[in-house]
Design a protein around this ligand. Sequence first.
Ligand code: ASP
Length: 429
Amino acid sequence: MRKLALHWQILIAIVLAFAAGLWIFEVKETSGAHPGVFGVEFVTMFSYIGTLFLNALRMIIVPLITSSIIVGVAGIGAGGNLGSLGGKTLLFYATTTLAAILLGLLVINVIQPGIVDGEPARELLALEAPDIDVAATVGDKGVGDVAEIFVRMIPTNVIKAAADGQMLGLIFFAILFGYFMTRLSHEYADPLFKFWDGLFHVMMKMTEWIMTFAPIGVFGLVGAVIAEAGLKATGPLAMFAVAVLLALAIHAFGTLLLLLRFVGRVKPIKTLIGASQAMLTAFSTASSSATLPVTMECVEDKIGVSNKTSSFVLPLGATVNMNGTALYECAAALFLAQAYGMDLTFGVQFTIVAIALMTSIGVAGVPSASLVAIAIILAAIGIPLEWLGVLMVFDRILDMCRTSINVWGDACCATIVARLEGEETNVAL
Ligand code: ASP
């Protein structure tokens, strides 16, 4: 019997997890007790399985990022065209992120989820806000203010940066390391290259193996989220969630597909199918960093982008290019400003767009990381930080969706840049 493709297995796991999660949620709501067996709650089991899978992915991030960037930069730099690839990549990242933000701005301005019957929804929202410690939630996500993002790009200690998950610092170091390898004589450069390339290939093999457990891991991760939160949907917040989902969908299946077709000259749907496993993993883990190994595997094996391009574009993109996150930051800040009854002048909207653009670069690829960036925007436009609390109601599910779009944006960029660099790929028109 032919084995079901992994992305189908993952999709089935997600559907089953929704069903199981909703059942647990219902039982919990009606009886007041968490269902389980032998005294262990199902939801605890789900989280446990999910954590094992997530940890396995996280375990390989630091060696994977370091080796792939060093090999990528050294490989490209030796050929002398790092500038052209780097330039195209950064231009693509900046324009798609800006396009995503402006789309978020447009959709929230049109749908106006923060206004109910012509009035700002502040009272309605106050009722829905869960009681959370905002400072604690925001505290550990690794983004300071905007200026600090650039300071963290140059870490004082690269080992500490890696240990603390400060990927920007690690990436900067790896780019420099790879670049200076190309300045060495063959005697030194060749064994170094062999070492890093070998390490990179081991990491990709480990990814493949870890991914065979994905359906079980994904079931645990998604099941635990749904069992805890159910599918609550009330008032302006539900409207906001719908607006965000709409904007994300337009960006992912409109803007990006058009870019693939007309700039990359590739088959958009085939590319989407090629990236599906990475997008589903991103959806379940809500972490683009943790998904990176899978993204690399999909982009190279399924879409057919060269290792040279993908190993430069993707690790950088997992931290720097976050289309979904940027869109969400802008939409969320604007929604809260509407609900607060703020006068949305050009100045306010411009501030939101500018900070969303800059912070999306520094946001770590971990769950809920954009809350920190939203806190920065709220501080800049003068809305109390406590207002962030209302966003928590839907944060996880929206996080899952925006992370998929972050990863999809990276995959599109790698495909288009590869085509512009003259690569054939498996998806060419
Ligand atoms: N969870 C997102 C990511 O890893 C970041 C965020 O928007 O919170 O890409």
